[in-house]
Design a protein around this ligand. Structure first.
Ligand code: ADE
Length: 246
């Protein structure tokens, strides 16, 4: 998978790709990242890439030309690239979208700054507008990094043990069960006995139950949308029944 990020602050991208799983994924050539700076395509002697909005209004708008030229340059090295513009006006990003985008081989991420980009960028060259949440960031770089991280995790070989990706919260639309590690007992409490029992079947059932309880308590909206299998539906029914009793 190749990511090309269009940004006037490539350092924000590179500084965050040195570490952990993403750093290893680049070293192992599971993912490739390139950056394209619109300033390199600015016609102004001072490399300016923004200007005042027509019709008045606050702030500055990024010009279409330098961004479109940067995307076109990125496209030369990325066959069939899918072009995403990160903006608070986009469709909300989620795990399902991360999985869907992991099937692409080339993704171009346009990270805007200032009050946004000239609409002609969106109309001319963008396939999809994505927001990472209902809040406004100072720029799209952090949003681009979030997409790179979550999409990369879905690519085989990026996370050493793919089972741990399948076990992630939200992989199947639910939150994960609580987790514990050594020591078994401390001043902060004890580990649930069942996890120490060695009984794989009981442990599996406990994890399903706790995942459902967790989701019900913290994100009931997810539970409504989740595509539960027969076993999970049954467990959820039991949890609800037990709740009614108490
Ligand atoms: N740029 C500024 N705010 C953003 C958001 N919420 N999502 C994606 N890109 C953005």
């Amino acid at each position: 998978m190749k990511f090309s990020v269009v940004t006037i602050f490539p350092q924000i991208i590179w500084a965050n790709l040195e570490f952990g799983i993403l750093g290893k994924a680049i070293d192992k050539e599971k993912i490739e990242v390139s950056t394209y700076d619109p300033r390199d395509y600015s016609k102004s002697p001072t490399k300016r890439v923004d200007d005042k909005p027509f019709g008045g209004g606050s702030g500055m708008v990024m010009e279409a030309g330098p961004i479109i030229k940067a995307v076109e340059e990125a496209k030369k090295k990325s066959i069939d690239a899918h072009v995403i513009y990160l903006s608070p006006q986009g469709k909300l990003f989620n795990q399902e979208k991360a999985k869907e985008l992991a099937d692409k081989s080339n993704i171009i991420l346009i990270s805007g700054r200032y009050e946004g980009v000239d609409q002609r960028v969106v109309d001319h060259i963008v396939d999809e507008e994505i927001s990472i949440g209902d809040y406004v960031l100072s720029g799209g770089e952090i949003a681009s990094l979030i997409l790179i991280d979550s999409i990369s995790r879905q690519i085989e070989g990026v996370v050493g043990d793919f089972q741990s990706v399948e076990d992630d919260s939200l992989y199947d639309g639910l939150l994960k069960h609580p987790q514990y590690t050594r020591p078994e007992e401390s001043e902060y409490g004890v580990v649930p006995k069942i996890l120490l029992s060695g009984n794989h079947e009981s442990i599996r059932s406990w994890k399903i139950k706790k995942s459902l309880e967790n989701t019900m308590k913290k994100r009931p909206d997810l539970l409504e949308k989740a595509n539960l299998d027969k076993e999970k539906k049954k467990v959820l029914g039991q949890i609800k029944k037990d709740e009614e009793k108490t």
